[in-house]
Design a protein around this ligand. Structure first.
Ligand code: C5P
Length: 235
């Protein structure tokens, strides 16, 4: 079973307060996308990676990835121009995945400290027969629903935060993205992850325990936390 990973890196760095695309923002002197690619490589279970990049920044991403050609050497690397939403970027990456790949991971470059063992666990769960696999973590804050203007408490004990990498049977992920493209979602209503697109098709999504270190970098505070964690753990 050949394994491909779509590494989503086509987002902007606006919320991080950066002119650079977020995935090129340095963490410990190394671009976020390279940290995420190292995690995929270190898992030992990924054969090829398609990195979705903002239009016009192929050169900068190619340079970033070659910084660590040795460690990434076991994987074939391809760049694909992303879209205006994460969903569109994943679809563009999926179009570049060769036909002989039957297991696809989708992973955010914005989760640079994701442990390699989590990548391997997601792949193992798909191999064990689960066609859509997500890592999840408990929700620790109290949660309310404010959709209709009123504040309604929500029972957090059954809620989970969803991380990446998410793992899929390739045929299921292809069908989920084809169906999503037909729904003509705009950039605001596009799905924020891929398992939710599979669930819309009626597929069963299997959850495994996620990892605190797989948190997503969105704000400058997240980046500062990642810098602190990185300085505590040898690379
Ligand atoms: O914006 P957000 O942090 O939710 O993005 C999650 C991941 O999706 C990031 O790694 C980002 O680079 C990627 N992304 C993308 N294409 C977009 C928007 C986000 O590949 N249009």
């Amino acid at each position: 079973m050949r394994v491909a990973a779509i590494l989503t890196a086509a987002g902007s760095g606006t919320r991080l307060g950066h002119d650079l695309p977020k995935a090129l923002v340095p963490l410990g002197g190394v671009p976020l996308v390279l940290h995420a690619a190292r995690g995929l490589a270190d898992s030992g279970v990924v054969d090829l990676v398609v990195v979705t990049v903002p239009r016009g920044s192929d050169g900068a991403f190619a340079t970033a990835m070659t910084q660590d050609a040795g460690r990434l050497g076991g994987m074939t690397l391809t760049l694909a121009v992303g879209g205006t939403s994460r969903q569109a970027s994943v679809a563009a990456g999926l179009a570049e995945v060769p036909a002989d790949v039957d297991l696809v991971l989708v992973h955010d470059a914005a989760r640079p400290l994701t442990p390699a063992r989590l990548v391997a666990e997601v792949v193992a769960a798909v191999r064990a027969g689960h066609r859509a696999v997500i890592p999840v973590v408990p929700v620790t804050d109290s949660v309310v629903d404010v959709a209709d203007g009123d504040v309604r408490p929500v029972d957090r004990s059954t809620l989970r935060g969803v991380q990446t990498p998410q793992g899929f049977d390739r045929a299921l992920l292809d069908r989920a993205h084809a169906a999503a493209a037909h729904r003509a979602t705009d950039e605001h209503s596009a799905a924020t992850d891929d398992a939710s697109l599979c669930a819309l098709l009626g597929a069963v999504v299997h959850a495994i325990p996620g990892a605190d270190d797989a948190f997503k970098i969105t704000t400058p505070r997240d980046l500062a936390l990642a810098e602190m964690l990185l300085s505590e753990v040898p690379a």
